[in-house]
Design a protein around this ligand. Sequence first.
Ligand code: UDX
Length: 427
Amino acid sequence: MKISVIGSGYVGSVTAACFAEVGHEVVCVDIDKKKMDQINAGISPIYEEGLEELLQKYAGKSLTATTDYEYAITNTDISFICVGTPSAEDGSIDLSIVRAATASIGAVLAKKEGYHVVVVKSTVVPETTEKFVLPILEEISGKIAGKDFGVAMNPEFLREGKAVYDFMHPDKIVVGAIDKKSGDLVSELYRTFKCEVTRTSLSTAEMIKYANNSLLATKISFANEIGNICKRLNVDTYEVMEAVGKDSRISPRFLNSGAGFGGSCFPKDVKALIGKAKEIGYSPDLLESVIAVNEKQPILMTEILQKKIGSLAGKKIAVLGLAFKNDTDDIRESRAIPVIAELLRLGTEISAYDPMATENMKRIFPTIEYSEKAKDALKSADACLVMTEWDEFKQLDSEFEGMKEKIVIDGRRIIKAKNIDCEGLCW
Ligand code: UDX
């Protein structure tokens, strides 16, 4: 089938490359010409495992990139909207990019002959596709949804860093649609996948994405709550959760307690669902607590440290790990951000290290010291806070020898070194 993918961020570029791998003809569209040139040259605009290999395989063949909406939409049967939905100041999602992409599609649909399906893949709160995207398409195209063109919602469940793998090996494929014709066409794209397609309404598909991410975030905050209680009881919460996870109704995943969740999805999606719930007159106490626990965790790190070494003013603290999780340079909502902000507020000198994310963090905290190696960050530090679950931190040992006091607060249960005073955040 012929597909256009609007937006070449991490969801759009992965979706485009993976659909090409499945055998479809794909046109990427983005207003950023540089990105389009990169894709046409087989270069990935973002770092995502396996993505560049796919782009090199299909660029210039079944995968092309353009800034020309008209060309892309006229020459394809289905368009995926994969643009960003950043958080607005009040926590709700900012739909201005979705609006612009939708309007551009609508303008081409006005002239296009034949049936076309518009699919929203961007994460949008329930009712957005039906009450926001669809009316814009109808108004600008002058055509009627369900008759002249189709509308569908097909959420993604891709982890950053593993997005290509997750796309190709889905646990679930959800296709919400306004009618059978739109739903059938989108489902057909996934015919070769060894995964059942769950067919729903537009709002149900949107809600599945939010419920999914909110439940995963809830598991993490729950593990942190239990961990904070366990710590006061001298009980090892990892032992507790390992056993709890053996219950097949629960699963052991996403029960690692520590500094909490960051990233471009969990914090934003939970807050957006809270906002939507309030808008329709419901107060979502559990979801509010999920966020509250997550905001508390990083601050507990500095509190535990203060209990151990007293005032942090004038002390040098090494912060290991700046990315929101391992194997990425992404620092969005990283738990290291509130920790560094709190350390600065307390008058602490900071030496930071991350294998990939240093350049990104420099934009937020330009004045702190950044090291090329963990060993250099630890040198002459009074204590160390571990914020990210990088594999290389598991190997750290003699690197701690340069510290003044070998005091480590581990926010990810990752440190294995023996001759140090290592305290877990909630164990
Ligand atoms: C997540 C979802 O997994 C994915 O399905 C969705 O589409 C986007 O959001 P991602 O943000 O890439 O993916 O990261 P993920 O690997 O899920 O981790 C999110 C955060 O939770 C990280 O900060 C991680 O450190 C933290 N986490 C994860 C925990 O604190 N404990 C856990 O047990 C698991």
